[in-house]
Design a protein around this ligand. Structure first.
Ligand SMILES: [Fe+2]
Length: 155
């Protein structure tokens, strides 16, 4: 059936494409955080192991909400590593970083998703796609707060 929600098909397509990049960034940051949960070592092991678990669980639930918004706009959500890798702006690690470098990498990751979400928000706002704006506002809040908490560990 045709989709008739008051957003032009071309605009729905633009927002879905931008939102897919937010989804890919969120997925890549999810996997990086879970990787760090498994592989962190050192004096901060307990703190970071537990903190990373809280963070990857939150990111995992968010990936689903973002993907389902892409579907509600009428487009396929990226669901393979290959597609996600072409869409994300977050780099994978070549080797396992030291604990402090993990924290730095996650700050960069959360800031990256916040930027992708913010540029997508502008598109969604222009065409009055309030549900996407609402979702992105919530995501920016989480990423900016998490970046602050991680940054605080380094001070
Ligand atoms: Fe675990």
């Amino acid at each position: 059936m045709e989709i008739d929600i008051g957003i032009e098909p071309k605009n729905r397509e633009h927002i879905a494409a931008a939102l897919s990049r937010v989804q890919a960034d969120t997925f890549t940051l999810y996997l990086k955080t879970h990787d760090y949960h498994w592989n962190v070592t050192g004096k901060m092991f307990r703190t970071l192991h537990v903190m990373f678990e809280e963070q990857y669980n939150e990111l995992w639930l968010a990936v689903d909400r973002i993907a389902e918004r892409v579907r509600a706009l009428g487009f396929p959500a990226p669901g393979t590593y290959r597609k996600l890798l072409t869409l994300t702006s977050i780099k994978e690690d070549e080797t396992t970083p030291r604990a402090e470098d993990m924290i730095r990498a996650l700050v960069h990751g959360h800031e990256t998703v916040a930027r992708t979400a913010r540029s997508t928000f502008r598109l969604a706002e222009e065409v009055h796609d309030q549900p996407t704006c609402d979702l992105l506002t919530q995501r920016m809040q989480v990423h900016e707060k998490t970046a602050w908490m991680l940054r605080s560990l380094l001070e």
